[in-house]
Ligand binder design. Structure first.
Ligand code: HEM
Length: 160
């Protein structure tokens, strides 16, 4: 847009002012929303997985919460599998260079966390496992946290 506009005779202040104008919704590039699907899908295993963990811990006091916990863990597991697939498809630009080791750590914890989330979802629907379910889900919280932490480093790598 700037290239098309004839800027000769326009002062620097005016250009600066034009650049500082807030973007309108029409000016947004909506195609960008889908450019990094992993960055959207990751919210599901993190939010639903951790909510499931909290509900399992609360269910020790209020057992009626076990079903809600199982629903969250199951939806989180579906999100985790999708996040892992989209992460794998989006990793190319990080496989070489300074962030390649961080990617290794992130994808290892990402795959482990999503596989373990599937296991926790599976056992959460079985009443026989419920007395021990709180022990199952504690490592899940750690795995999701570590995956999210190093994923965040990868995504903000361009600004670090
Ligand atoms: C449950 C599994 C996973 C979780 C919770 C997760 C979480 C995250 C988070 C929170 C980010 C930062 C997003 C942002 O700041 O916008 C991220 C980025 C990333 N993750 Fe994952 N991740 C998972 C699995 C994977 C796997 C299995 C891979 C690769 C095989 C992977 C590759 C990436 C890449 C390449 C980025 C940087 C994306 C970019 O900004 O272009 N992730 N991940």
């Amino acid at each position: 847009m700037a290239d098309e506009m004839d800027m000769s005779g326009v002062g620097n202040d005016a250009i600066l002012q034009a650049l500082q104008q807030p973007l309108t919704l029409q000016e947004l590039d909506y195609a960008q929303v889908w450019a990094h699907p992993h960055n959207q899908w990751v919210h599901f295993p993190i939010a639903l997985g951790l909510t499931g963990v909290v509900l399992v811990l609360l269910a020790r006091r209020w057992p009626s919460l076990y079903t809600s916990a199982a629903v969250c863990l199951t939806m989180g597991a579906l999100g985790g599998v999708t996040a892992s697939i989209t992460g794998w498809l989006q990793r190319e630009s990080f496989t070489t260079g300074p962030w390649s080791y961080v990617l290794q750590v992130h994808q290892t914890f990402g795959f482990l966390a999503s596989a373990y989330l599937v296991l926790c979802a599976f056992v959460s629907w079985r009443p026989a496992f419920r007395p021990w379910l709180w022990l199952y889900v504690l490592p899940l919280a750690v795995g999701l946290f570590v995956a999210a932490l190093y994923g965040g480093f990868l995504s903000s790598s361009s600004s670090l």
